[in-house]
Design a protein around this ligand. Structure first.
Ligand code: TYM
Length: 343
């Protein structure tokens, strides 16, 4: 019996990287799961607060993320879909776990280290500007561990960028088990078959919601015209012909990865796709990539357009999901409180 859990931040519209790297796998797992499996998918509003958010926009993004999850095919009668901030057990457990987490482990998180580096660059000094960094950014991975452990999840489908956070979750679970009586199973990462999707403008970095250039990402809400324009202007190289070589040709290879992932649910490798383009050029590749993305997103996009207006329905789904989630996490919390002497 598996307990599958994953989360996504409600910061703006999800992009193709989120979809191919994570969300499509959530739907696939729902399809392949046995009736004994529990599936939990959460929209992590508390994690979003680690960066400044406009309250009105956050409320809207949070609702739109729920509409997105439904639009791509998650079924609330099969999967427990809920807002993290509707279940206080996450923060309760996060506090308890933070008292077991070595400071040094958090300091080694690459996400934290890159935030530190950003705060240095912004001031062009060797000193870290502490006023740019909040404590939540530092303890972010502990809250993520709590999201997972509070349901005693066995499997966590995430993209490769979350591997270190998953390792930390296992470390924290182990520390709890050693300090108290064994309670947590160690959650296993389920990597999505398709690789990391890169920025269309700077293929040295991953496609991200926060990159300033909106041309660098395809949004799940983009029209056919927008998709075509963004792919046409994607950065490639001036080498003739199309080959798959992520080291020397990251832009071209990223397009092949996208094409492979869009045209095959199991995630055909970019290297396999390249064979079809041996005698073709970037122009043809780009045209095919744009069509494949359009093909993939057309259904979810129109479903999203319909659902985002259905406020009452979305509120009902969220309320129902939160109730189911809380009933499950309460069982863990009773156990946790008893073990630590706070029952
Ligand atoms: P977030 O919101 O940044 O991303 C959600 C999911 O999308 C994947 N992803 C990508 N995959 C491939 N290519 C990309 N360019 C790309 N960008 C994002 C991420 O790997 C992720 O699976 N900390 C998490 C949210 C979280 C969570 C959790 C996840 C909070 N609690 C508990 C799992 C379990 C995050 O920031 O994801």
């Amino acid at each position: 019996k598996r307990v599958i859990l994953s989360g996504i931040q409600p910061t703006g519209t999800p992009h193709l990287g989120n979809y191919l790297g994570a969300l499509s796998n959530w739907v696939q797992l729902q399809r392949d799961s046995s009736p004994n499996d529990t599936l939990l998918y959460t929209i992590v509003g508390w994690h979003a607060l680690t960066l400044p958010q406009d309250p009105k926009k956050l409320l809207q993004s949070r609702r739109e993320m729920l509409a997105t999850l439904l639009a791509i095919g998650l079924d609330p009668s099969r999967s427990i879909i809920f807002h993290q901030d509707h279940n206080p057990h996450h923060t309760e457990l996060a506090w308890i776990l933070s008292c077991l987490t070595p400071f040094g482990k958090l300091k080694r998180m690459t996400t934290w280290k890159s935030r530190l580096a950003d705060s240095r660059n912004a001031n062009n000094e060797s000193e870290v500007n502490e006023s740019l960094l909040n404590a939540g950014l530092f303890t972010y991975p502990v809250l993520q561990a709590a999201d997972i452990l509070v349901y005693r999840a066995t499997h966590v489908p995430v993209g490769e960028d979350q591997t270190q956070h998953l390792e930390l979750s296992r470390d924290i679970a182990q520390i709890f088990n050693q300090t108290y009586k064994r309670l947590f199973t160690l959650p296993e990462q389920l990597s999505t078959p398709s690789k990391r999707i890169l920025s269309l403008k700077n293929p040295a970095t991953k496609m991200s919601k926060s990159a300033p250039d909106v041309q660098s990402r395809i949004l799940l809400t983009d029209s056919h015209t927008q998709i075509k324009a963004k792919i046409r202007s994607a950065v490639t190289d001036s080498i003739t012909g199309v080959t798959y070589d992520p080291e020397t040709r990251p832009g071209t290879s990223n397009l092949l990865t996208i094409l492979g992932a869009c045209t095959n649910r199991e995630g055909r490798e970019g290297s396999d796709v390249a064979a079809d383009y041996r005698s073709k050029g970037h122009g043809e590749l780009k045209a095919d990539v744009a069509e494949a993305i359009e093909e993939l997103l057309r259904g979810p996009r129109s479903e999203f357009g319909r659902l985002r207006e259905e406020r009452g329905y979305l509120d009902d789904v969220a309320k129902d999901g939160a109730e189911k989630a809380r009933a499950l996490s309460e069982i863990t919390m009773l156990d946790v409180r008893r073990r630590i002497g706070l029952s």
